[in-house]
Structures are given as C-alpha cells and as structure tokens.
Design a protein around this ligand. Structure first.
Ligand code: FAD
Ligand code: 2HG
Ligand code: ZN
Length: 472
C-alpha cells in the first residue's frame, strides 16, 4: 500500500521531491526548540499550487494525514509530525516566488514559501515597508506566519499578520483550490473565509499564496532604551508614549533584569548599556515620515516629561543605525539565550494592560513561593499586553528533570492567573500540540465546540494536521 501511494506522489512531484530516506527527512522532523521529534512516511516538496492540490487528493484517497510546514520555527510543535510514521510532511519551501508588487494598490502577492526577510527586502527595494518583523524572520515563511497569525515587534502600529493580509489562495482538505487572492480593503460578501484560514495552523486548509498590505517606508527612526523601576511606571510610560507619539510609536518592548542577565551570561557582548541592568529595560522605537528633527525632538520631549513624572530613571538614545540595531539584537537574543541555557517552560500570554501589573505581581509571588529558586524570564511586546512569561529551573538544576516534574502545575498556575485577568493563553505563537489541552481547558466550552464543528465541516476526514489545535 505505502509503495503504491509513494509511486503516486512521485508521479505528481518527481522522484527528487518525495523524500523518504532518514538522511533526507531528518531535518524536517524536529522543531526549532528540539522539543518535538516525529517520523514521516515522506517529506513532500511541491513547486506549485496544482501539485499541492494533487497531493491532497492523493492523501485523501489513501486516508493519509498531512502536516503542512514552512520554516519549522513555530514554538508549539504544529509543524512536526507525530511518532506513527504514517503522516506526510508537506513543506512549502520551493514555492518562494513574489508574484507581484502592485505599487498603486500598495500590495504584494507572493507564494507561501517565501522567507519573511526576503519579502521585507523585496518590498524595501521598491520603496515599501512590509511591517511584519520577528526574530525568526531569516527562516520563517509567509505561509507559516499566516497559519500562526504571527505577531512580532511591529504589532503595536501595524497589527498581527491577520491585519496585514487582504487575500489568500488555499488548497482545501478535499484538494480543491480556493482562489481568494483579491487585494481588496473592503469585501463584505458573507462569511470571511480568509480569516478562517489565518491562524488555523494547517488544520483547515493549506495556504499556498497571499496578497498582503504594504506601507510607505519611514524616513526616520529613533530607538531608545529606558530604565524603569517597576511595572506600574513602565505601563505609565507606555500610556504617555501612546498619548504623545500616537501612530509614530512603532515599538515598545519590555525586558526584565533576569532576562537580560541570562542574555549576558550566554552573550557577554550583549551587555545592557543602561547602568546596573535596572529592574526593567524598555526598548522604544518611534518612526516618522516627516523630518529627522521632528521625531528626535518629540522623543526627547516625551522622555523629559517621563523623567519629571518619575516614570523612568535613565535612558540611552541610539545615535546611529548600528547602535539601534544592537539594542534590537539584545532584545531578540533573549530567546537564543534561553535555548542555550536549556529547556524552559514557555508562556506566550496576553492580558489587558489594565490587568498587567496585578498579573505580574501575583504570578511572580506565587511562582517564587511554590518553586523557590526558579528564574522568571519575563519579557515581551508590552505595548500589546503580550508577555513571554517563561520559567527556567533554578541555576544548576537539570532542566529535563525539572520540566518533567513541574511542567503541568506551572502551566496551570500561570494559565489560571491569565484566566483570572481576562487574558489569553496564546498571544501570538498559536496552539499546535503544545497547548491542545490548555486550549480545551481555557477557551470556554462553547467556543471549543464551535471550533470542533468548523474542523469537522471543513476536514471531515481529519487529514489536515490532526490533533493540532483541536482534536475531533
Ligand atoms: P512552521 O513552524 O513551519 O509552522 C507553524 C504552523 O503553521 C504549523 O502548524 C504548520 O502546520 C502551519 N503551516 C505552516 N505553513 C503552512 C501553510 N502554508 N499552510 C497551512 N499551514 C501551514 N512568533 C511570533 O508570533 N512573534 C515573534 O516575535 C516570534 N519570534 C520568534 C523568534 C525566534 C528566534 C523563533 C525561533 C521563533 C519565533 N516566533 C515568533 C515563532 C515562529 O517564528 C512563528 O510562529 C512563525 O510564524 C512560524 O512560521 P514558520 O514558517 O516557521 O511555520
Ligand atoms: C519573541 O518575542 C518571541 O522574541 C520569542 O516571540 C519568545 O522566547 C520566547 O518565548
Ligand atoms: Zn514574541
């Protein structure tokens, strides 16, 4: 049976693009965090939408499950197959063409396998900003960004991936091609199919292409690091910037002392330029389409007001691009420092800004009381109320053993606090297999049932990424 099926796939893709040997498939079977490793009947590398559709039809006929995959940088194990060896991985990396930049419509249309950074660079070469930006941009792909509704560091000004998307092309679970590639900013023709597929993590359809929004490139950007003493003043600082800089505020990232201490341990060249690594370091970016002078003066005047109002104790403004980049590198290296330190327990959570102070104070207190010595690596996109509230074992304690013993209760403690504050247990990383149970427990029964109904309706055979997001 398997051989007949593989022959059929080879007839669709050509022998070179149906990978079955261990040497060829291994790189596709373990996620970025090395938390999940699976097996696959084959790894498939299609070059166009028709091939994707033909693969899905063949899989539906043989009742073989498909795990769609982009850059495999996701944090929730969504793109990793299970251990059965019966699933196929469908990696979109060969579908990497930008199809068109429509300058007048300010849109870019592209295939799902385009690397995010390549899209940013192509847009910039034609004078546009493609604002989606995240630490994995050198390897994640636009299809993966859409499937996870990725966030990143520009959400505050430009929104999540969902907000940047105008149209999609999708292969359905039946192998039909839905062409929804319209670059329209208004389209009220009934149910929004596009929004159904965005964030569905490969469980409802395979995204093969997209039309996304472009923006004018800013002419001037100013980046600063600000020291604050507590979370209340950090939020007050955010509110001040929101009020005075309005849409010029393009970044507001928070890093705690403990996060940056871990950075410095693994990357000593990433020293915090603020004196004595303060309790909170905030990276703030303003972008302007007018003059350099205008935004610089605005930044200085807001910082002055914040200093006089007791919201901050120190600040360093980047004087050139390379210094600004070094501030961003320091922020983005926290994830790499955590990986170098060993496995940790990730919580990508969001709460309303009005509840953030109480969330951090109470959760810190409970975690430190119940798990003495653990390190709380708390940082994130504060402007969006999105914290990466990660827990690392006490220094010197084996991470695997710690996680085995405490993963469940630590997750439950944090998620309980999130629920109490009216938040969400997944802000931007998605659900995958990591949060399957968390979603069931915290989404609410009615919402969870509606999600299962949708899954059954669109994929009744359950062949698209089964047991990810929801189990039916
Ligand atoms: P994959 O990991 O390959 O897949 C993710 C999910 O999407 C899987 O469920 C997969 O089945 C599905 N999928 C992939 N392609 C398709 C497709 N074409 N059609 C249908 N389903 C598909 N995320 C953020 O949101 N914000 C951040 O700031 C951020 N920073 C990161 C920093 C680092 C260093 C790393 C390693 C990751 C970071 N991430 C971040 C997580 C990750 O990069 C994002 O989730 C990204 O969107 C995943 O894209 P990918 O191409 O790697 O997708
Ligand atoms: C970021 O914002 C990413 O840097 C990674 O979303 C978060 O490491 C993490 O938990
Ligand atoms: Zn993030």
């Amino acid at each position: 049976m398997s051989q007949i099926f593989l022959n059929e796939l080879e007839a669709i893709l050509g022998k070179n693009y149906v990978l079955t040997s261990e040497g060829d498939t291994t790189p596709y079977l373990t996620d970025w965090r090395k938390r999940y490793t699976g097996k696959a009947l084959a790894v498939l590398l299609p070059s166009n939408t028709q091939e994707v559709a033909a693969i899905v039809k063949a899989c539906a006929k043989a009742n073989i499950a498909i795990v769609p995959q982009g850059g495999h940088t996701g944090f929730c194990g969504g793109a990793t197959p299970d251990a059965s060896g019966k699933q196929v991985v469908l990696n979109l990396k060969r579908m990497n063409q930008v199809r068109e930049i429509d300058a007048s419509n300010q849109t870019i249309s592209m295939e799902a396998g385009c690397i995010l950074q390549a899209v940013q660079e192509r847009a910039a070469s034609e004078g546009f900003l493609f604002p989606l930006s995240l630490g994995a941009e050198g390897s994640c792909m636009i299809g993966g960004n859409l499937a996870t509704n990725a966030g990143g560091t520009n959400v505050l000004r430009y929104g999540n991936t969902r907000d940047l998307c105008l149209g999609l092309e999708v292969v359905t679970a039946q192998g039909e091609i839905w062409n929804g590639l319209k670059g329209l900013r208004k389209d009220n023709t009934g149910y929004d199919l596009r929004d159904l597929f965005i964030g569905s993590e490969g469980t409802l359809g395979i995204i093969t292409a997209a039309v996304m929004k472009l923006y004018p490139l800013p002419i001037s950007q100013w980046t600063t690091l600000v020291a604050t003493q507590d979370i209340a003043s950090t939020i007050a600082l955010l509110n001040l910037f929101q009020k005075r800089a309005t849409s010029l505020l393009t970044g507001f990232e928070m890093m705690t002392q403990e996060s940056l201490a871990l950075n410095e341990k693994h990357f000593p060249q990433m020293r915090n330029p603020l004196q004595n690594n303060p309790p909170f370091t905030v990276l703030i970016e303003l972008s302007d389409h007018e003059s350099e002078e205008h935004v610089r003066q605005l930044l200085e005047s807001i910082l002055e007001e914040a200093f006089e109002g007791g919201m901050m104790s120190d600040a360093v403004i980047a004087t050139n691009l390379s210094q600004a980049n070094s501030f961003w590198h320091m922020r983005e290296h926290i994830t790499l420092a955590q990986a170098a330190e060993g496995a940790n327990l990730k919580h990508d959570i969001t709460v309303p800004l009005s509840a953030l102070e109480s969330f951090i104070q109470e959760t810190d207190h409970l975690i430190r009381a119940q798990y003495p010595g653990v390190r709380i690596i708390n940082f994130g996109h504060l402007g969006d109320g999105n914290l990466h509230y990660n827990i690392a074992p006490p220094e010197g304690v084996d991470a695997q053993a710690f996680n085995l013993a405490y993963e469940k209760p630590v997750h439950e403690l944090v998620y309980g606090q999130v629920e109490r504050c009216g938040g969400s247990i997944s802000a931007e990383h998605g659900v995958g297999q990591l949060k399957l149970e968390g979603l069931r427990a915290h989404k609410g029964a009615v919402a969870h049932d509606l999600m299962k109904t949708l899954k059954r309706a669109l994929d009744p055979q359950n062949i698209l990424n089964p047991h990810k997001v929801v189990s039916i």
